[in-house]
Design a protein. Structure first.
Length: 661
């Protein structure tokens, strides 16, 4: 019996797999303390399954605590220790402007102000210590930090990715002097070079530590009281981690929620025999998109979240502020805009009847006929069409258009924003989205999938049976995973087969030890570049690779990406990253055999024209044929099928649609 719970901006989703059969549940997200919503969703799904909490074998959790805290600046009182003369490293950052043509735009301020930055009297070069950190310097540094009374301390010393001794000495001294403070050491958090990115990541890790630790303690206490096992936490890399690792290194959980959705999208796409797909996760607050190649979500060596770089392995997920709760508004130029501000879970869209008065995407969908005004959304939310109409009408009057034109405009603008997000990961990187299937999920994703697909020229849609709670399913089937990475900077005579083997074996031992699985399968990523280049390209192998193989693979990739190769330029091996993984459990996805969906008709607007759409309510058996215009009201999501789209239900319960244009 496997339990997965994912916290979204509006709803918290739960999936319980009992001997391969899925049970689902939802509860409103509780922003002030997400653990309350988590336990409410758990209670709902256990009751539906007729199960007892004590029978749950694994409890996997995806959260937005770290993400929200980072975006909202809710950081603990943090001090930074850096090599003397380099304490302003994060504030200096890179010379690239935040926005090319907005000269006054700035990046987020460091989480440690100047008065809480302390210089350590030490200095290392890539070859070793140039100025040793003696006992006097160590005591002096720790004394200065203690006077600041921090809740957390980030330690970032020059070249600590290669030489750890000074950081370890400071970590030990801080643990003794400030036992209640969260201490993050850059070599343990990141382990790679590029001082700014390593420092910024370590600062985030430290600043989020106390907040995340408090949340995880509350969640663990509530789970223990309910009889549930200790939760495992989804990492940004798409693998589950023990609670202790998440509490020690919060930076690995910043994309915890979106990673669960991406993992679920890949699982559903593979089950439907479509290994190349685009994940499209639209919830109440935001939309997350990803690329799935050959059944696996693309990864990145680091991303920028809220303007702050995180130099950690993570799934390559791009997020835009377009969700069901995104608010429509008129900009100073008179144009209709949508998001990024959201009505969230409280008060939510106007149609939720909880006091919301601003028009949202969900309100617009209700007025266009995509949602049933007499029905309820998953989670028991009754819809108030009159409230939605009042909210949209007020905006329409400011724009001098009709209410229905405004509703249609809100949906169109939101669709365009989400299509733009998919272009960032595909067209802008030389990938043709027309060769992929679109996998929509989240409570609102299937409602907008066809319109987004048409804008990108995508002709196939796969809507999983559990699309409304697919992120929670991704947690249920998630792998256990640990990463170990190190900048090795090998070239010339130092780039040998023996040196590569030593690097891989050392990192493999670290990753497997952290996982507690000495025989866990390994995946190795080698990041290479031509000498003089600033950034690298990644070549993946299942284990130790020969230098000639890596150089040839890099040259091919460089030619594919940039249109040329340079046989006369030496190739450098910059970073090696080893991933140890224990595959997650297998869950059988299948359509119910005895389902009999209820049918009806409803007027809905497609392309500014009214159509009588066939409505299918409830579970859809395998083989069910669907022809647009139609609306499939699935248990946790609504799939809108416009004219010119048709399809059927796969044996896994996934609805497969094709654009017939």
């Amino acid at each position: 019996m496997l339990l997965g719970v994912d916290v979204g901006g509006t709803f918290t989703d739960a999936v319980l797999a009992v001997q391969g059969r899925l049970h689902t549940g939802k509860a409103p997200t509780t922003p002030d303390d997400q653990s309350e919503g988590v336990m409410a969703a758990v209670t709902t799904v256990l009751e539906r399954a007729g199960a007892d909490a004590g029978d749950v074998e694994r409890f996997a959790h995806g959260m937005t605590v770290a993400t929200n805290a980072l975006l909202e600046g809710q950081a603990a009182r943090t001090a930074l220790i850096a090599t003397e003369g380099f304490t302003d490293l994060i504030e200096l950052g890179r010379q690239a402007r935040a926005h090319l043509y907005r000269l006054c735009a700035t990046r987020p301020a460091p989480l440690t102000p100047p008065e809480r930055r302390v210089g350590a009297p030490e200095r290392c070069t890539p070859d070793g210590p140039l100025r040793a950190l003696d006992d006097h310097g160590l005591d002096q540094t720790v004394d200065r930090v203690a006077e600041l009374e921090p809740e957390a301390v980030a330690v970032v010393l020059l070249h600590a990715y290669r030489h750890h001794d000074h950081e370890r000495a400071l970590g030990d001294a801080l643990a003794e002097r400030l036992p209640d403070a969260h201490v993050s050491l850059s070599h343990a958090v990141v382990g790679t070079f590029r001082e700014y990115e390593r420092a910024a990541t370590t600062e985030v890790d430290a600043a989020l530590g106390p907040l995340l630790s408090r949340y995880l303690r509350r969640l663990t206490d509530r789970a223990e009281e309910a009889g549930l096992p200790e939760p495992q936490i989804m990492q940004s890399n798409g693998g589950l981690a023990d609670l202790d690792l998440a509490a020690r290194h919060p930076a690995v959980t910043v994309l915890s929620g979106p990673a669960g959705g991406a993992a679920g999208g890949a699982y559903a796409a593979n089950a439907a025999e479509e290994p190349d797909a685009l994940g499209f996760d639209m919830g109440g607050t935001s939309c997350d998109v990803c690329v799935i190649d050959d059944g696996r979500v693309r990864e990145a060596a680091g991303l920028e979240i809220g303007g702050r770089p995180l130099a950690l392995p993570m799934l390559d997920v791009h997020t835009v502020g377009a969700g069901g709760g995104s608010i429509g508004w008129r900009d100073p130029g008179g144009a209709l805009r949508v998001g990024p501000r959201s009505a969230g879970a409280d008060p939510g869209p106007a149609c939720y009847g909880r006091g919301g008065t601003e028009p949202t995407v969900t309100d617009a969908n209700l007025l266009l006929g995509y949602l049933d005004e007499e029905g309820e959304l998953a989670g028991g939310v009754a819809l108030d069409k009159d409230a939605a109409e009042r909210a949209v009408r007020e905006l329409a009057e400011r724009l001098d258009i009709t209410t229905h034109q405004c509703a249609d405009g809100i949906v169109r603008v939101a669709n365009h924003e989400m299509a733009r997000a998919l272009r960032v990961l595909t067209v802008e990187r030389g990938v043709d989205p027309r060769g992929y299937a679109l996998v929509p999920f989240g409570g609102a994703g299937p409602m907008h999938a066809a319109a987004v697909a048409q804008e990108l020229g995508i002709e196939r849609i796969l809507c999983p049976r559990a699309s409304g709670v697919l992120a929670a399913l991704g947690l249920v089937v998630g792998d256990r995973r640990r990463d170990a990475q190190r900048s090795v900077l090998r070239s010339g005579d130092d780039f040998t087969a023996e040196a590569v083997r030593e690097d891989v074996e050392d990192l493999a031992a670290t990753a497997r030890d952290a996982l507690g699985e000495p025989d866990a399968p390994l995946r190795v990523v080698y990041e290479l570049r031509y000498r003089g280049q600033a950034f690298e390209l990644a070549v993946e192998r299942d284990g130790v690779a020969e230098p000639d193989d890596l150089k040839d693979a890099f040259a091919d990739l460089h030619d594919e990406r940039y249109g040329y190769r340079d046989p006369d330029s030496p190739v450098e091996l910059v970073t090696v990253r080893v991933t140890a993984t224990v595959p997650g459990p297998e869950v059988t996805l299948e359509a119910p055999q005895d389902a009999e969906p209820r049918t009806a008709t409803r007027t809905a607007i497609f392309g500014e024209r009214e159509h009588e759409a066939k409505v299918l309510r409830g579970e859809l058996p395998a083989g069910t044929e669907i022809e647009g215009p139609a609306i499939c009201e699935l248990p946790e999501a609504t799939l809108v099928v416009p004219p010119d789209w048709r399809g059927d239900v796969h044996a896994t319960g996934t609805v497969r649609l094709s654009w017939t244009r």
